[in-house]
Design a protein around this ligand. Structure first.
Ligand code: C5P
Length: 224
């Protein structure tokens, strides 16, 4: 297989396994992996850390240029730096992700982070990017587009079984997931939706290995 470019867009709701699948595919095809969710999480982290009102448009507008957010690719994987500090691990918790979803409704934030993401997408021909608006807005020229999906019940169950639940009950996790889906799918700007040219991979009844195999097979058999 000799492709001139491998640009893969992976979209889907929270907890569907986008990041584990993307990491695997990136390794397999030697691609750079950009995880856009950590950028929204990083802004949320800043607002939480500084006790700022993340629900206020004006407060966001006033503060957006007060911090320096950088995304760096280290060993082919994206790391997020806030004022020179690597906070990639610190942003991985449920509080930050809930606030990230509120912050992601803001047009100034979306424009800023979107421009950073588009630049990386433009500059790399061998890249996989995951998020909510990748196929439609960030990398519309991707030659492979996938939408991973699973019911909220299944996603909550996986999260619970993988011990990523911060001791929350299964019911609570499902509620949290449904709530975030609702916000991400119904916001005014760049809502999470299935792009017309994306291949839907429903992961309800297949495991991680099978999902990766499905995606790898499509890429390998392609001459795009
Ligand atoms: O993917 P992750 O769960 O880390 O994303 C956190 C939040 O950031 C999402 O719930 C979503 O609201 C927002 N997000 C977005 N667009 C992206 C990536 C993430 O709006 N491309």
């Amino acid at each position: 297989m000799t492709l001139e470019k491998i640009k893969i867009a992976i979209d889907g709701p929270s907890g569907v396994g986008k990041s584990s699948v993307s990491k695997y595919i990136a390794k397999k095809f030697n691609l750079i992996y950009l995880e856009t969710g950590i950028m929204y999480r990083a802004v949320a982290f800043y607002f939480l850390k500084n006790n700022l009102d993340y629900k206020s448009f004006l407060c966001i507008k006033k503060n957006i240029f007060r911090f320096n957010l950088e995304i760096k690719i280290v060993d082919n994987i994206s790391k997020i730096f806030l004022d020179q500090e690597d906070i990639s691990d610190s942003v991985k918790n449920s509080k930050t992700s809930q606030i990230a979803s509120i912050i992601a409704e803001n047009s100034i934030i979306r424009e800023n982070l979107g421009n950073m993401q588009k630049k990386i997408a433009r500059e790399n021909n061998f890249i996989i990017i995951d998020g909510r608006d990748i196929a439609s807005r960030i990398m519309p020229d991707a030659n492979f587009k996938f939408y991973l999906d699973a019911t909220p019940k299944i996603r909550a169950k996986r999260r619970f079984e993988e011990n990523l639940s911060d001791n929350k009950s299964l019911e609570f996790l499902e509620k949290e997931i449904r709530f975030r889906d609702m916000r991400d799918k119904n916001r005014n700007i760049d809502p999470l939706k299935i792009s017309k040219d994306s291949t839907i991979v429903n992961t309800d009844d297949i495991n991680f290995v099978e999902v990766c195999k499905k995606i790898c097979d499509i890429i390998k058999s392609s001459d795009k």
